[in-house]
Design a protein around this ligand. Structure first.
Ligand code: ING
Length: 318
């Protein structure tokens, strides 16, 4: 009996700065119903899917920033999504800005994603570890990327969860560019990674890379899939959002690294595919049988160093 899940990637087009969450949820419900008509069991929504990508602006007041955060999940505007998904018996992944309080009553802010199963049970939560961009506003840039200012580094690690008949994991946007992200989940035997992204076409620190954004997007996710023998479902918030062009390219990638479905527009668009989790074994049991082939005694620098340091002396006295 194959462990096949029908998975939907629900790409969202632009969300306006003042677009009410209820309107965005209506767009998401339409994609959810389309997914149900295709027999989807899991639907992946983008990063920060409920609002515009607000880190593109510099806000002085915390109150202006906090309007983009969710204080509860589900909350008044998202309950309808949870209710419809449960009624349709579809699990989903949702990215959102999380405002929470820790045990000491301290306010904490994270770029968060959750996975909910077909019965409406919260399967797992992930908080974005790799925060790109800058902490201080860059006046010379046409737009900001202030995730380091608005979010804390995730404090939940890179866990995986047993759901949908297999082992699933999550990461968010910039996380996909760091091979450590997929490898830490790969070392847990992950079989499907769900991730959302908001990726501007223009990258002010290195505009020469702009023309390669779509290539780098798929390169990162395909490498993560192939090198860990896992399915990857990458879902964009796409299109020209408040004057900022965001890439699309949402796709479903097989453990072989092949893109088997991809969006063709920059708007709200659902793609779906049958993901046979048993296909992971063709890689995980052979080429990337970690227990057989990895040599961690040589990988120390990966954990010991944050940045580049002096070169290693060769062990060979020659
Ligand atoms: N966005 C971008 C990403 O990593 C970025 C940031 C854009 C990095 C372009 C490099 C080049 O896809 C988020 N939200 O992480």
């Amino acid at each position: 009996m194959s462990r096949t899940i029908v998975v939907g990637a629900a790409q969202l087009g632009p969300i306006g700065r003042h677009e009410p969450r209820a309107a965005v949820v209506e767009r998401m419900l339409a994609l959810l119903r389309e997914a149900s008509s295709r027999g989807c069991e899991l639907v992946v929504f983008p990063e920060l899917a409920l609002t515009t990508f607000f880190p593109r602006w510099y806000f002085m007041e915390q109150a202006e920033i906090d309007v983009f955060f969710e204080r509860e999940m589900p909350g008044p505007d998202t309950q309808a999504l949870f209710d419809e998904a449960r009624a349709l018996r579809i699990g989903f992944h949702l990215g959102y800005a999380e405002l929470t309080q820790d045990a000491a009553g301290q306010r904490r802010r994270f770029n968060t994603a959750i996975m909910v199963d077909a019965s409406g049970r919260l399967v797992g939560k992930y908080r974005k570890v790799h925060l790109p961009g800058h902490r201080e506003p860059q006046p010379a840039f046409p737009f900001q990327h202030l995730e380091k200012r608005y979010f804390e580094v995730g404090d939940l690690g890179l866990p995986t969860f047993d759901a949908f008949g297999g082992r699933v994991g999550m990461c968010i946007c910039n996380d996909r560019r760091w091979p450590e992200t997929f490898r830490v989940m790969g070392l847990q035997g992950v079989e499907l990674v769900a991730l959302g992204y908001n990726t501007p076409v223009h990258y002010p620190p290195a505009p020469e890379l702009d023309r390669l954004q779509d290539f780098h997007n798929h390169l990162s996710m395909q490498a993560g899939a192939y090198q860990n023998g896992t399915w990857v479902v990458g879902v964009a918030k796409a299109g020209c959002e408040e004057g900022c062009d965001l890439i699309g390219g949402s796709c479903i990638i097989a453990p072989s690294g092949e893109i088997i479905a991809r969006c063709a527009t920059l708007g709200d668009e659902l793609i779906s595919a049958e993901c046979d989790l048993d296909r992971c074994q063709a890689l995980q049991a052979t080429l990337f049988n970690f227990a057989l082939h990895r040599e961690p005694q040589h990988y120390g620098l990966i954990v010991e160093r944050k940045g580049v340091g002096p070169r290693l002396e060769s062990g060979d006295p020659a």
